[in-house]
Design a protein around this ligand. Sequence first.
Ligand SMILES: NC(=O)c1ccc[n+]([C@@H]2O[C@H](COP(=O)([O-])OP(=O)(O)OC[C@H]3O[C@@H](n4cnc5c(N)ncnc54)[C@H](O)[C@@H]3O)[C@@H](O)[C@H]2O)c1
Length: 260
Amino acid sequence: MSDFDFGATVAVVTGGAGGIGRALGCRLAGEGCRVALVDRDQAATEAAAAGIEGAIALVADVGDRGAVQAMVDEVESRLGPIDIYCSNAGVAAGSGLGADDAWEVSWRVHGLAHVHAARAVVPGMTERGRGAFVVTASAAGLLMMMQSAPYTVTKHASVAIAEWLAVSFGGGGVQFHCVCPQGVRTPMVMRGAPISRDELEASGAIIEPEVVAEEVVAAIRDNRFLVLPHPEAHRYEQAKVADRDRWLAAMRRLANRVAG
Ligand SMILES: NC(=O)c1ccc[n+]([C@@H]2O[C@H](COP(=O)([O-])OP(=O)(O)OC[C@H]3O[C@@H](n4cnc5c(N)ncnc54)[C@H](O)[C@@H]3O)[C@@H](O)[C@H]2O)c1
């Protein structure tokens, strides 16, 4: 239990132009945070920030180490030290086994982006003895997105880096969180392939991004690492570790059902 004090804190949300990122920005602003939304597209990011009291919009490619450091420097000079960093940007790339470019972009955004961000903000959080670093992974990082190997594998990397950071730098007032939803009604899911709506619907309800944002705020307040907006994901993960062969057989059956 941390009882994290959100008042007058500075929060960065990447992937903030829409979906879960914009909902996180709204929710954190509602808690009293000064919010910086970061995304690739200037017009979309500015439009999202315009709907959030006091928010600023910045453009950066989160997969580029120099761009992340420059963005962090700009936020800190305009708003002050970063207390909450939501490393939330994500891509849906690569159907099936996926082409090389789908793997490359997925590694950059779901793997390296979290590393670049941690290098830029965790030392300051540690020095101040205060901070929350939030990685948006996915239930696919605990389980599987059957229709995309690049998404599944690189989201496992997101979970692993969040766990590694929590062990290496957690405690002493610095918190780490890993968000693992199943289906959420955002542009990524509504676009369809390779994130299959049929597969998501077969494995549970598609929830609103505001529900995810609410769960993230609750987890920061309680200092709880794993954020499961779909609680059943915990049961699915337990079934996986209890008997891998049985779990793989059940996943094959689900894959056949989704394929129709
Ligand atoms: N929607 C779901 O069902 C679902 C489920 C589990 C996890 N997630 C994860 O939630 C996060 C948010 O996704 P969303 O569902 O809101 O989708 P979304 O497509 O609305 O948002 C993702 C955002 O990330 C941005 N982005 C991608 N690459 C970037 C880069 N290199 N630099 C900066 N910004 C970049 C995109 O422009 C986009 O605005 C992602 O990490 C996604 O994988 C989504």
